[in-house]
Design a protein around this ligand. Structure first.
Ligand SMILES: [Fe+2]
Length: 233
């Protein structure tokens, strides 16, 4: 199974504080059946350049790599890029895509999205430079705006939800419907630590398997891998 969104790299952002915590998170993910983890630390353009971020991120990964056990999930490096109006003009934005794919995980503002913002997102998605994936889409009111959601999907934007949306008793039915309808392409633990925001992906994937079947789940995993490893996407 794939964890598309995580903060498992040590001391890069507000996620894992050190290598020991990162190893515990990876062990938890592995025990939940996750064999591929996208490491997506927060990237904020007003704090540092893309190149500065990548140097910090890669140094953290290299430190972690020396301590990984042989049964650790595979790790792909990426970022959770904080959206701002003008993001499309940021130098080297492509370097923040996950692994060798063209998937760019973007975190949107909590406030209502302006038409300018929506157009910039769609322009980015249509620019052929990226495949935009919107992080934890359940956090935004767009999730209840079917017309806007369809507009985003039609422009090639993909959607990610957090495992907590699938695990929540009051939200799981809705989450399942979005997945079954093909509106949600990726699921992430968005884990930050082992205590307050630990990974609960195993529970989420088990629920999907129970409700939609083993074949659906294996097709879903295959589809996710194709996106991550096919450099055309
Ligand atoms: Fe996150």
């Amino acid at each position: 199974m794939v964890d598309f969104h995580s903060h498992i790299l040590p001391a890069v952002d507000d996620g894992s504080k050190n290598t020991s915590e990162s190893l515990k998170l990876l062990s938890m993910l592995s025990s939940q059946g996750v064999d591929l983890v996208c490491a997506t630390p927060h990237y904020l353009a007003d704090r540092e350049s893309v190149d500065e971020f990548i140097i910090r991120r890669d140094a953290s990964y290299n430190e972690l790599k020396q301590n990984l056990s042989s049964d650790s999930p595979e790790i792909l490096l990426g970022a959770e890029v904080a959206y701002y109006d003008g993001l499309s003009n940021l130098d080297n934005l492509e370097k923040l895509c996950i692994g060798d794919s063209r998937l760019l995980l973007v975190e949107m503002p909590q406030s209502r999205w302006s038409e300018y913002t929506i157009k910039e997102l769609i322009n980015l998605a249509c620019s052929n430079r990226f495949t935009i994936v919107l992080a934890h889409i359940e956090r935004y009111e767009v999730i209840r705006n079917r017309e806007l959601l369809e507009r985003l999907l039609k422009s090639g934007i993909l959607l990610q939800i957090n495992a907590s949306f699938i695990n929540g008793i009051s939200t799981r039915r809705r989450a399942l419907r979005y997945i079954a309808d093909g509106w949600v392409h990726f699921i992430g633990s968005d884990c930050h630590d082992t205590v307050h925001r630990p990974p609960f992906l195993g529970k989420a994937y088990s629920f999907i398997e129970r409700k939609l079947g083993t074949e659906f789940l294996s097709d879903y995993a295959e589809f996710q891998r194709e996106f991550l490893f096919d450099s055309v996407n």
